[in-house]
Write a protein that binds this ligand. Sequence first.
Ligand code: ATP
Ligand code: MG
Length: 649
Amino acid sequence: MSVKTYPVLKPAKQRALIDNATYQKWYKQSVADPEAFWGEHGKRIDWFTPYTKVKNTSFEGKVSIKWFEDGVTNVSYNCIDRHLEKRADQVAIIWEGDNPYDDKKITYRELHEHVCRLANVLKANGVKKGDRVTIYMPMIPEAAYAMLACSRIGAVHSIVFGGFSPDALAGRIVDCESTFVITSDEGLRGGKPIPLKANTDQAIEIAKRGGVEVKSVVVVRRTGGKIAWFAERDIWYHQAVAEVKADCPPAKMKAEDPLFILYTSGSTGKPKGVLHTTGGYLVYASMTHQYVFDYHDGDIYWCTADVGWVTGHSYIVYGPLANGATTLMFEGVPTYPDAGRLWDVVDKHKVNIFYTAPTAIRALMGQGDAFVTRSSRKSLRTLGSVGEPINPEAWEWYYHIVGEDRCPVVDTWWQTETGGILITPLPGATALKPGSATRPFFGVQPQLVDAEGKLLEGAADGNLCIVDSWPGQMRTVYGDHERFIQTYFATYKGKYFTGDGCRRDEDGYYWITGRVDDVLNVSGHRMGTAEVESALVSHDSVSEAAVVGYPHDIKGQGIYSYVTLMVGQTGSDELRKELIAHVRKEIGAIASPDKIQFAPGLPKTRSGKIMRRILRKIAEDDFGSLGDTSTLADPAVVDDLIANRQNRK
Ligand code: ATP
Ligand code: MG
């Protein structure tokens, strides 16, 4: 496939924070002397006691990661209190409800009061430093208050995405032995209520059988829907916050005190309880937020993720608020009331920086351009993408149609485990190549190795590892340090293994090719899934595609493609032939799909990522063991795929 390059855009009104020369200079410093580099940038947050030690990390043996270890600080203080002097009346959170007529604005002063009151409620109900608090909430400001209230008193939050089932919620409550839950009566998405309190009630019963008894549940009234009430356990948020003081001093936290536990999306298997700590995490989240999005004071910043995912933690709440930004929280979905909603919201709130996922971009691309072009989008300056490889076709659409060639697209590669963005362009510094996450952020040292762990130099295709620590890195798998070592540091000794495949091109740009577990091996040729999928998506009729390998007598593995068509297109044998010819032309005969199944929907995690391991089972005609499907967004999709599979004998 021919690769285009887009030169660095001249920043519109204001100068970009980092140009290419500065990037090169800082990057060199950051890897040559991490102590000095992070020692300096660690000061971007306020410390009650400044650190004297910067970095104390080892990827060998027992694996130990400590940053700023003798520093004392508080995350909620950094996200709120320190801004009060200058920005008390600035809006901290813009909330856009599911219903387009529902919105509100919360200033930093108001945020302070809300967070202090909830922190006092937690304390009054016995929550102490180090206790785990489960947050199971819709996208309402109280979700951010809950996170910040926990961090204010040193409690460790574990957010469970509001779309998860009672079983999934219970599993996470039990795993981290959490006896306190914050939820709401119902959530609201796309006009439909979601029974969060009822799910919580059920989850608590399941957790009890699992040996963990939840003692208190704080309930925020969102819809006013009917719910069951257990007086000895349940607490109305609005009543409780009215009864406590409006001020709560921030707890003094050591840099390495736990901040939160978050379970990974579950794309590859059972989710892992990723533990992040206080100081290094906040330094890294705030620094990446500023430079990756080229955030300037006064910008309106919008990340469409849910706080249930790490993107919501680092780039809706902690990074932006630590930087004193105005962050937009969106309760709804991109297609309600119609597929133009995101762009309507951009215009309504004059959003400058917009950050979303390829799944949303591809879905909206499939709906046609008119939903986009009816809006102005003049306020936009930076566009971001995260979660999966973005196919070049979707990237181009985002850049040309949404951004009107004015806004750099930052394709940010990172993981729940990494706490913040690791590989990404910087607006103003990095020439862009559609589909490439481009270059490492400061302090990040990627390496590619082959299956045996041999280091690959120059332009190469291999397994992506990171060789030294960065402040935002996870510290352990909660309660299971051995699993942490085994999952991330045992495959390639002394390196953090990401689980992702990656290609580095002749310019030193990184291209994530998909999960290593998903790599195709056709007649001895190894291929990432992303490349073949992108070739399919580049056909005019295709909006989304997923490819997997299946046993093939001659080739070892054949390529099975699941293809979702653009709205208004229908699948036919003729189109199959056309798609095969198209992939041959784009990549070559070796990548030609052996089977193509037209699929109205693909199995995705609740965060919108394609679960290829399920598609592989279907392609292999093996439905007995689909594995952990608890993080699947819509199980009905799987039945449809099985019913219409292509290789029935
Ligand atoms: P699990 O680890 O439970 O299987 P998951 O890996 O989907 O779930 P996350 O931490 O949410 O959980 O996702 C991180 C993964 O998402 C990365 O390892 C990578 O595969 C993919 N990813 C994220 N951003 C990008 C990007 N910009 N380009 C390519 N892939 C990306
Ligand atoms: Mg993962």
